[in-house]
Write a protein that binds this ligand. Structure first.
Ligand code: DOR
Length: 429
């Protein structure tokens, strides 16, 4: 007779945004599937029991914005190391951005990524393809063939599609294939050559600034095109308070859109670039304290409903150099949850809402069934100690690159255990 593999998680705080539930109880997994979710489950036979008192038990996080760097820049990251870092961050599914080398603008590159993922990935990968060939903003890629190859969305992330007519056609085209369109809203005629937020610090440091208008103009144009084409647009990594009134307007007008931000935009300010700290160089740039507060308010109001990491690994070769030559971006897979938990402590979100922003909403944008604790759902479970404090040391980071301003800083909230189907990963140490 076949042996049944059963795991019972006991007395954890079970939070599942797909069912709007948040209660202390038990979760039973059988042969890699959720089979029971109750206040109390008693099993007579001897099975594996995980005691989760004071822990949170959540479906795996879904990170819609990750740079895995494979193919082409494997000295920064690859599919194996990037997804291992994701696992340690409680992210069990991620969308990988197409600005690889070569860029993911053809089914061949998509299939290569899928094949490598099948061999090496710890978690599920959803490839995102380019909107335009070589991200040049001119010729639209073959969305139909890319979809067939396995992509869930398109984006020229790292660049905005500057030509409005190309973007409009891309939205119509993506609508036919039911692909998510993810926009990096940054008008390059305003941001080109920019290093940091335009304002006091750019003047003080003598660096070219990136004005907030670069993002605001990007957002407004994209919202207007979403309205005209009736195709939803996903606005990536929003950073500035200036865009908020336009998001409000778009909601009132019932324009189809979703908006995302990342922990660094609600945690850090432009002051971090003092002393030319390249670890704080990122696109869009870190902004002011007023922007940080406005982004948190927008999360609270539900104008921004997705939180992603924008994990952007770079090696010391690209970071330990002059500020103007350094590559923008910071890693974020293992800091996504701990930094987002601060939103609860500060009263902006409750745990269920945060779980919605980290699990349910990104899944909806990608058009995939979200990880959940519904009966018969595949087990994708994370167990989190929301109170555990620790210093983020280099050896804890599973990514090849260590470029984060949070390195050696105190974080709160730790992923203790991950269950993916029949595999159990104990991450306590
Ligand atoms: O800072 C960034 N780094 N922003 C982006 O949009 C791209 C990313 C990267 O690929 O390094």
């Amino acid at each position: 007779m076949k042996k049944v593999m059963r795991v019972l998680i006991k007395k954890g705080r079970i939070i599942d945004p797909s069912q709007n539930i948040d209660f202390v109880g038990d979760l039973l997994i059988e042969d890699g599937k959720i089979v029971g979710i109750e206040r109390n489950i008693e099993i007579k036979e001897k099975i594996k029991i995980i005691y989760a008192d004071k822990m949170w038990v959540l479906p795996g996080l879904v990170d819609i914005h990750v740079h895995l760097r494979e193919p082409g820049e494997e000295w920064k990251e690859d599919i194996e190391t990037g997804t291992k870092s994701a696992l340690y961050g409680g992210i069990l599914r991620l969308a990988c951005m197409p600005n690889t080398k070569p860029p993911n603008d053809s089914p061949e590159v998509t299939l290569y990524i899928m094949e490598r993922a099948a061999q090496k990935a710890y978690v599920t990968i959803y490839p995102i393809a380019c909107i335009t060939k070589n991200q040049e903003g001119k010729i639209i890629t073959e969305f139909g063939r890319l979809k067939e190859a396995g992509v869930k969305g398109v984006s020229d992330d790292g660049k905005w599609v500057q030509n409005s007519n190309v973007m409009k056609r891309a939205l119509f085209y993506a609508k036919n294939f039911d692909l998510a369109v993810i926009s990096h809203c940054e008008d390059s005629t305003l941001s080109k050559g920019g290093q940091v937020n335009e304002g006091f610090f750019s003047a003080k440091l003598g660096l070219k600034g990136i004005p907030t208008s670069a993002e605001t103009i990007g957002v407004i144009r994209d919202l207007i095109l979403a309205k005209e084409t009736k195709k939803s647009i996903h606005l990536a990594h929003l950073s500035t308070k200036e865009v908020i009134p336009f998001l409000k307007w778009a909601k009132e007008e019932k324009i189809p859109f979703t908006a995302e931000t990342c922990p660094h935009y609600f945690t850090l300010t432009e002051e971090c670039v003092e002393n030319y700290n390249t670890l704080a160089k990122v696109n869009p740039p870190l902004r002011t304290q007023q922007d940080v507060i406005a982004i948190k308010e927008a999360l609270k109001e539900g104008l921004i409903e997705v939180i992603s990491s924008d994990h952007a690994p770079h090696s010391p070769l690209e970071k330990e150099i002059e500020f103007e030559l350094a590559s923008p971006g910071m890693i974020g897979l293992q800091t996504l949850l701990p930094l987002s938990l601060n939103l609860i402590k500060e009263g902006y979100l409750n745990p269920l809402k945060l779980a919605e922003y980290l699990i349910l909403n990104p899944s909806k944008v990608l058009g995939v069934i979200p990880p959940s604790f519904k009966r018969e759902a595949p087990a994708e479970v994370i167990i989190v100690d929301p109170e555990e404090e620790y210093i983020l040391s280099e050896d804890m980071i599973k990514s090849k690159s260590k470029n984060t301003p949070f390195l050696n800083q105190k974080l709160k909230g730790k992923i203790k255990m991950v269950i993916i189907k029949t595999k159990i990963f104990d991450l306590s140490n």
